[in-house]
Ligand binder design. Structure first.
Ligand code: NAP
Length: 495
């Protein structure tokens, strides 16, 4: 169950939000009395309430807004109990002052906004001893491993326990709480009105992550990155799992570089079956894998990892997707020996995506020329794969059959930028822009005007996600749904 926290300054807004949430499907809400400006009128908030409530009144030291005395706070919570609210939230010290009464269930809560304490089980024992029906522990995650410790606490507890790690690193603990036995988790009415760091909106929890259908058998997938907030992969993969009726969920894991190894060790305990890997982990993850395919070995980077028992297997679907796109546009076949031989390919950029594409182009026999703003990176890439370079300023001097943008030029918000002057585009060239937000980059628009064949970053992105889906599930991905989900998420305009 998802409990939605409501914190509004005026009674009528709190009541309206409560009603609206129930219409949206909420079955439990938390009324944050400390948000109410002035005198709290409990009767007004509670009479004819449309669903069960948790009454909470958080003081400032626990990141609440209550500024009146402790005795008046205790009085208000006692009054809520006398009114017969379904749950009341009491911090440990207050719990000893407020006895059990009537049917109201007691949530004994603990907050730490700076860290996840070392000894969570001793803390849990103390809270349980305060006549708890439910124990609530909310702590700041400073490292991804804190999530596993919190989830293991929930699982091992004998009293129902709502545990969550706060902050962006802690998001997985909020989404996986139910899988480990938490009776509910907290969300917010709207993502811009979080009442605690890292809290997700009711809509996201319910409709993107399908929290209410996550159970002990749910297989976990996700993307690891730092930062991770901008990743569109959760929207795509969760939509695909849902469409296929699969008991699987896909989460965003923010993993700082120094915690990658610990995360890979924790993956199995978190129930993780597969992950997408992105910046900054694509190269560093390789040494942590037990087996990699030829492309990962050749490129030195993986963007997909499958966990199978103790084995961690690495793949590179960026490379595969880009090659499929090129094969289709050039009407070549990957099974042919050197299908791109005789073609000149100009690779603009020398970062991660360029590396994966250059590896594939060289394998297919193309004559690859790399141009990059920073010459040293172009030189490194060219010497790794045995191809040529040209200075960035002279990139238009090459007559190329295939022009590929592997830079981030043209990406939102810099939509007026292009890495290539359209006056040099040959009408018989294939132009491939890896940038996918927007789909119609300036380079793509100009190439379409020149009647060039084009490959968009959306096409590549969808194909790499579809290949990941196949590796994750053994089933073909619903490609059209992935495309629609991506376009909706980026607001991209159709070509
Ligand atoms: P990366 O490793 O950080 O490389 C960035 C590249 O862009 C470098 O070559 C960099 O040149 C160049 N660059 C950045 N700003 C520039 C500018 N103002 N002028 C000229 N060059 C500039 O990043 P990446 O992972 O390779 O990603 C690059 C692009 O590929 C991104 O737009 C990303 O969205 C896209 N991508 C698409 C897919 C897909 O599935 N469609 C998958 C992965 C990536 P320097 O070396 O001089 O810094």
């Amino acid at each position: 169950m998802i409990c939605v926290s409501i914190g509004r300054g005026r009674h009528r807004h709190m009541i309206a939000e409560h009603r609206h949430l129930v219409e949206q499907g909420a079955r439990l809400v938390e009324l944050r009395l400390d948000y109410i400006h002035g005198q709290v009128n409990l009767k007004r908030l509670l009479t004819n309430r449309p669903c069960p409530v948790i009454v909470t009144c958080r003081r400032r030291e626990d990141s609440g807004k209550w500024s009146d005395s402790e005795s008046s706070r205790a009085m208000l919570l006692r009054q809520a109990i006398a009114e017969g609210v379904e749950y009341v939230d009491l911090e440990e010290d207050l719990a000893t002052q407020i006895p059990r009464f009537g049917e109201t269930k007691r949530i004994i809560s603990f907050h730490d906004f700076s860290k996840t304490p070392d000894d969570l089980s001793a803390l849990h024992q103390r809270l349980s001893a305060a006549d708890a029906d439910i124990v609530k522990v909310a702590t700041m995650a400073n490292q991804p491993h804190d999530n596993l410790r919190m989830l293991q606490l929930i699982k091992s507890a004998t009293i129902p326990t709502v545990g969550m790690c706060m902050g962006e690193i802690g998001t997985p603990s909020r989404l996986l709480a139910g899988r480990f036995g938490s009776p509910f988790t907290y969300s917010t009415f709207h993502h811009e009105r979080s009442l605690a760091p890292g809290q997700l909106s009711f809509h996201e929890m319910r409709n993107v992550y399908r929290y209410e259908s996550v159970d002990t058998k749910t297989e976990v997938f996700g993307v690891i990155a730092d930062p991770v907030g901008q990743s569109l992969s959760p929207v795509l993969h969760n939509a695909a799992f849902q469409a296929k009726g699969m008991n699987r969920v896909y989460l965003p894991f923010r993993i700082p570089a120094e915690h990658l190894e610990a995360f890979v060790k924790d993956a199995q305990h978190l129930g993780i079956r597969g992950i997408s890997v992105t910046i900054p982990h694509k190269e560093s993850v390789v040494r942590l894998l037990t087996k990699v395919d030829g492309a990962v070995r050749g490129i030195g980077a993986a963007n997909t990892v499958i966990f199978d028992g103790d084995a961690a297997l690495g793949y590179n679907t960026d490379y595969r997707a880009a090659m499929t796109c090129i094969d289709l546009a050039t009407e070549t076949n990957e099974t042919d020996e050197a299908p791109l031989s005789g073609m000149v390919a100009l690779m603009l950029g020398a970062g991660g995506v360029s590396k994966a594409i250059v590896f594939g182009l060289v394998r297919r026999g193309a004559d690859v020329v790399v141009a990059n703003r920073t010459q040293q990176r172009a030189d490194n890439l060219a010497s790794q794969f045995g191809c040529r370079t040209i200075p960035w300023a002279r990139r238009h001097a090459i007559s190329a059959d295939l022009i590929i943008n592997g830079t981030s030029m043209g990406m939102h918000p810099n939509v007026d930028e292009s890495p290539y002057d359209h006056r040099y585009l040959r009408t018989d060239a294939v132009v491939f822009d890896t940038v996918y937000n927007p789909e119609s980059t300036l380079l793509i628009k100009q190439a379409v005007q020149q009647n060039c064949r084009v490959i968009t970053g959306v096409e590549m992105f969808i194909r790499q996600a579809a290949q990941q889906f196949l590796l994750f599930t053994g089933q073909e991905a619903p490609i059209e749904l992935l495309r629609e989900s991506l376009k909706r998420a980026t607001g991209a305009v159709k070509l």
